[in-house]
Design a protein around this ligand. Sequence first.
Ligand code: ADP
Length: 414
Amino acid sequence: MNILVLNVGSSSLKFQVIATDLDRITRDADERLCRGEVERVGGEAIVTFQAGNGSRHKSTAPLRDIGAALDYVLQWLVSADSGIPHISSAKDIHGVGHRIVHGGELFSESALITDQVLKGIEDCIDLAPLHNPSHIKGIMAVRKVFGPDVPQVAVFDTAFYASLPEHAYLYAIPYHLYQRHRIRRYGFHGTSHRYVAYRYRQLRKLTREQTNIITLHLGNGASATAIRGGKAIDTSMGMTPQEGLVMGTRCGDIDPSIVNVIATKEGLSTHEIDTLLNSQSGLLGVSGLSNDMRVLSDELREHDDRRVRLAIEIFCWRVKKYIGAYLAHMSGADAIVFTAGIGENSAPIRARICAGFEWAGFRLDEQRNQKLIGTEGEISAEGSTLRGYVIPTDEELVIARDTARVILGEPHPS
Ligand code: ADP
């Protein structure tokens, strides 16, 4: 089956087409046919297309909305020039899988999109006002562009956390606030944490029940998850993606009373403070320079700038704190797994985070760590009882496989 995987944002659309089915899943023989992105939808959009592992083509086109962008993508997919095998009309797309940020308490697994499921995604708009409306536009656009009969599947970022116990997802605020407004931890990046946990147990030839790891998704957004017996038992992101680790522009954990202090001292509204803590804080806020860890790492190496050093130190300190907390919750783990932009590519940041975990059985192999840039493998030394791994994430693969499984009526195992 050719599955179109879509991640629709407010003015962007990312896509991949992946050939997968139950047999390919078993043999790990899924095939990525193409990928691409449409940015700045609404004006002169920037379009990037890549067939297979071929070269990337960039162009611009006036695309007024997500529907127009999707139609443009379809025209490319079916054109003879695109060089994608097996796709010559819309009928050659057998299903569409959507990344959906928030499924609230309604969805604990991926679901075939019916009108009822669409209503459920709508009901979660309150929880993800910036994301879910765009996802709904994407689903409606697919119905229009590909026709109403193409099956669509929703894969939720939050679903992996349906296994969190109450004591991990409830906040210690008056209980009625949970009852009235569903204020609780939901967790995000679930598809990414789920993928690396799956891949880890494949590499180590373990069953799901034997998988006891701490996964660190360190990208522009960052989160840590404690996985015991293959299930998430805690995660750092909360009701929104703001909680937990220090991120590119998000502060992560802070004393909640700081909001009131900022409001009083700076005369800002709660909305303005929310923007400040989400878009002007984190690595950017502390360094005053950039949210991009590459820029900060270069700056540190070349000029040893004090605030850049501090930003990186605070980032790593916070990650260590979560690892320590999760080791306690899990009574020890078998491995720490790094993924996403920083986790996959920055050996120095990994080394900083891992330093000092010898007490827990972790010893870094410097050479292995230096060598693993964007590739998969172990970074801990022989004999470590707490191992370290780097596993590049692949959320699109999980979405494609879930989509195929749901369409074929198979319960999904990972
Ligand atoms: P997103 O959360 O937007 O998907 P990514 O997973 O793409 O983010 O990660 C982006 C982050 O990864 C950026 O901060 C970028 O600087 C960082 N990154 C990528 N490569 C490196 C590298 N070699 N060294 C340090 N940071 C890197």
